[in-house]
Design a protein around this ligand. Structure first.
Ligand SMILES: [Zn+2]
Length: 215
């Protein structure tokens, strides 16, 4: 291989790595104080999400990658408005943490709730224009052994050694997710005329966003 070709290949591989690495970062906008305006832009990373959640795991990474794809559809300018987004999540502790952290949806303000009967992993809605998407993991992406052993673990049927084996499978799956374009692993579909039907109390007011458009 010539030197130029080698450099080209190197740059191509580097480019792919960077694009998938950027899949673990989301640019968000929030208000800038307790009664603030919508001006505070920052980038949140998978590492930040791990600190919130408590550990890194395959479910958390899946949640972040799936949400990032969904949020790209709702916010094509690349900046996710966490004062303008609500989400329904499947009940996994990892998926729900990714949902509230990345979308800004909150149970107490009726912008986040949990429902295991939804299609896919999440339903995400942009409040201002009502645009709504569902995001699912594609068939065959997650090794079946993880859910098989995971179900036993939830029933407390795995020994310590088996639990550590399960962690190894989950870590291997996480590595696969990190090295793959998320668009190959998750699918976003638009839901037309989706009605937000939370059963939660809608009366608490999120007071730190009510002045967000003051000028
Ligand atoms: Zn987790």
């Amino acid at each position: 291989m010539t030197d130029i070709k080698f450099k080209g290949l190197f740059l191509l591989i580097l480019g792919c790595f960077c694009s998938f690495a950027s899949a673990q970062k989301v640019k968000v906008i929030d208000t800038d104080f307790s009664k603030g305006q919508l001006t505070h832009v920052q980038q949140v990373s998978y590492r930040d999400l791990v600190k919130f959640h408590g550990h890194s795991c395959d479910g958390l990474l899946e949640g972040m990658q799936a949400l990032e794809l969904a949020l790209q559809v709702l916010y094509p300018d690349g900046i996710v408005d966490r004062t303008n987004t609500r989400v329904v999540s499947k009940s996994s502790p990892c998926l729900t943490d990714a949902a509230v952290y990345l979308t800004g949806g909150r149970y107490q303000y009726n912008s986040f709730y949990v429902n295991d009967s939804i299609q896919g992993m999440y339903i995400v809605q942009r409040i201002d224009n009502g645009k709504t998407v569902s995001v699912s993991r594609n068939k065959g992406v997650k090794p079946a052994i993880i859910d098989q052993m995971g179900s036993k673990a939830v029933r407390k049927e795995l020994s310590y050694v088996q639990l550590r084996e399960l962690k190894k499978y989950e870590d291997e799956y996480s590595q696969k997710l990190k090295k793959t374009d998320p668009a190959l692993n998750f699918t976003v579909i638009t839901l037309f005329d989706y009605q937000w039907k939370s059963v939660l109390n809608p009366y608490f007011i999120k007071t730190d966003v009510i002045n967000k458009n003051a000028k």
